[in-house]
Design a protein around this ligand. Structure first.
Ligand SMILES: *[C@@H]1O[C@H](CO)[C@@H](O)[C@H](O)[C@H]1NC(C)=O
Length: 276
């Protein structure tokens, strides 16, 4: 199956075609193979890797949700995954998609998708934990229906910054502000996790809307996982206009604007320009 064995057979065009096909199959399988990269860790068969390993689905019913985690841990890099969220009446369901280290003072970089009743928008919830402390929520509305097609959700994580992207559009940047005393996830490798679960006691309109179990099972799908490791990732300042566009048009909650939550004063990172 090496290229040299293909070279020897080059005289026979049929075999050449066979070699090319073999190469394409090996290449395509190398692209995303959920069997190689992930373990389904929860859900008693409700999480499934399908076909050749290019699609993974999680589902939730009245008895249980499901979840998976990456086999590998990452320290800095860019991670892309395409998700298609639970369609129809997804109220009460939460699809969590996040990087996390382990232990008491863990670090975490979170995307969470809070479902809604049919026709009403999902909430995209984000958070960053450093040294066990989170409380840095920002929430957004997507500018498309995240249930009708796959869309790409990415995390760029370098020693200098964390960027959340949706279809290449940056929606949030959490810079390294250790210089002003804000801890930054930098020392603990993280695994990639995702789970689909029922959170109808709080997720949709603060718990007012309950999960409609007659619509179960609820299913979310994953494909095109891609990871580039290493700290030397491109993150251009040209993206700041896009970040502002998202902030002005699609942000629905920012902890740095929520004075009620911080009677003793905002966290230090909120005083940095661009955090509001
Ligand atoms: C669901 O839709 C309602 C009405 O548009 C909205 O107020 C709410 O924020 C939406 N999202 C969630 C998760 O409740």
């Amino acid at each position: 199956m090496t290229s040299s064995s293909c070279l020897y057979t080059r005289t026979t065009s049929l075999l050449l075609i066979f070699c090319i096909q073999l190469f394409l199959i090996v290449y395509a399988a190398g692209n995303t193979n959920f069997y190689n990269d992930f373990d389904i860790t929860w859900g008693g068969g409700r999480g499934k890797i399908i076909g050749a390993g290019d699609i993974l689905t999680l589902s939730l019913d009245r008895v249980s949700g499901s979840g998976f985690q990456s086999k590998k841990e990452y320290l800095f890099g860019r991670i892309d995954m395409q998700l298609k969220l639970v369609p129809g009446n997804s109220a009460g369901t939460v699809t969590a998609y996040y990087l996390s280290s382990q232990g008491a003072n863990h670090d975490e970089i979170d995307f969470e998708f809070l479902g809604n009743v049919s026709g009403e928008p999902y909430t995209l919830h984000t958070n960053v934990y450093a040294q066990g402390k989170g409380d840095r929520e920002q929430q957004f509305r997507m500018w498309f229906d995240p249930t009708s097609n796959f869309h790409t959700y990415s995390i760029i994580w370098t020693p200098q910054t964390i960027v959340f992207l949706v279809d290449e559009t940056p929606i949030r940047e959490f810079k390294n502000m250790e210089a002003i005393g804000v801890p930054f996830p930098k020392h603990q490798p993280m695994r990639l996790y995702s789970s689909l679960w029922n959170a109808d006691e709080w997720a949709t309109r603060g718990g007012l809307v309950k999960t409609d179990w007659t619509k179960a099972p609820f299913t979310a799908s994953y494909r095109n996982f891609n990871v580039k490791t290493g700290a030397l990732l491109q993150w251009g300042m040209t993206h700041s206009q896009k970040l502002k566009w998202v902030k002005d048009n699609h942000m629905i909650y920012n902890y740095c604007n929520d004075a009620k939550r911080f009677p003793q004063g905002f966290p230090p990172e909120c005083r940095v320009t661009g955090s509001h």
